[in-house]
Design a protein around this ligand. Structure first.
Ligand SMILES: Nc1ncnc2c1ncn2[C@@H]1O[C@H](COP(=O)(O)OP(=O)(O)OP(=O)(O)O)[C@@H](O)[C@H]1O
Length: 303
């Protein structure tokens, strides 16, 4: 009999997971999985819970939460020899990763995807000692996501980020960086750089539309120095997918990226603080098997 461990964050998003958990457990059991669950209690707990699931040789690990919880679970699984298959139930404020995998926002439909049983091996990223599935980057704007208080997020959802973003706009200023990507170089003043594994970043599905999650390559995006008005305009263009020809938007691909700065710059790894630069980003080719909807996820991305 196959075994499944559900690691869920009871505080994620609008805090709905606990109510539906008995139904989810029952559905897994009906499908033939011997299933148990772990409720996370604090930051970092999902990583330990994932490591425990590996020790106990679970066949399937399900991460139920937002991007933060999924990231913690991935961090617990990435280094291990025995790698269970990974399911995602998106119940967070931000669910970029689930969106990138075409996993429905509806809890029961997300469970359907896992129980249908189709998986594909996908790339994940590592920067220094942190793993990520979505995106890592640096620049003042990327520091916004962890400045939004959790209570505010529960109440306002995605809107909290935009409000905080507007408040922080005047602080956004360029930084000098040196970037080495697969043996090539970029040096200059930038607003922000992003190293992306998926095509769904911050709710902007069209940011890197061709990005594949199974090709061993990151999409490296660099926004060069510009004033705030230009930056806001570029962000608006990006929301519509019309940013790719902008003269100050650089879009490159690489499997290994090294970034250095003279001044202190924080790294944002899947929306959370990930230490300081310098950083070396490594794409781990088809590293983990994820449950996906077979009919929607094609050519390495969600169509
Ligand atoms: N019981 C808990 N109480 C408070 N925080 C927790 C608990 N369990 C986990 N956490 C932390 O909450 C963080 C955010 O969780 P998650 O991503 O699932 O929810 P979210 O609502 O989408 O939040 P975010 O948008 O910040 O990611 C996790 O990275 C984890 O560190």
């Amino acid at each position: 009999m196959q075994t499944a461990r559900i690691i869920y964050n009871p505080t994620s998003g609008r805090e709905v997971i606990r109510k539906v958990l008995p139904d989810i457990l029952q559905r897994f059991e009906q499908k033939g999985y011997e299933t148990s669950a772990h409720a996370t209690t604090c930051a970092g707990d999902a990583t330990e819970a994932a490591q425990y699931a590996i020790e106990r040789k679970f066949d399937v690990v399900v991460a139920a939460g937002g991007d933060g919880t999924i990231n913690e679970v991935i961090n617990g699984l990435a280094e291990q020899a025995h790698k269970p298959k990974v399911g995602v139930i998106p119940v967070g404020t931000t669910n970029d990763f689930a969106r990138a995998l075409c996993i429905p926002r509806n809890i029961h439909k997300a469970v359907d995807v896992i129980l249908e049983g189709y998986t594909q091996p996908l790339d994940i990223g590592r920067v220094n000692e942190h793993y990520f599935m979505n995106i890592a980057g640096g620049g003042k704007i990327t520091e916004i996501s962890y400045e939004v208080p959790s209570k505010l997020k529960t109440m306002l959802g995605q809107l909290a980020y935009y409000l905080k973003g507007i408040e922080l706009l005047p602080q956004i200023r360029p930084t000098r960086v040196e970037i080495e990507y697969d043996g090539k170089w970029f040096e200059g003043d930038i607003m922000l750089f992003l190293v992306s594994n998926t095509n769904s970043v911050g709710g902007l599905e069209k940011l890197a539309p061709a990005a594949r999650m199974d090709d061993g390559l990151f999409d490296l995006m660099i926004i060069e120095k510009m004033n705030i008005a230009e930056f806001v305009r570029l962000a608006t263009l990006a929301a519509q997918g019309n940013h790719l020809d902008h003269p100050k938007f650089k879009h490159l691909t690489a499997s290994r990226v090294k970034v250095k700065t003279d001044e202190k710059m924080q790294l944002n790894v899947d929306g959370e603080f990930g230490g300081l630069l310098p950083g070396e980003f490594v794409n781990l080719y088809r590293h983990l098997d994820f449950f996906l909807p077979e009919d929607k996820f094609k050519d390495g991305h969600c169509k």
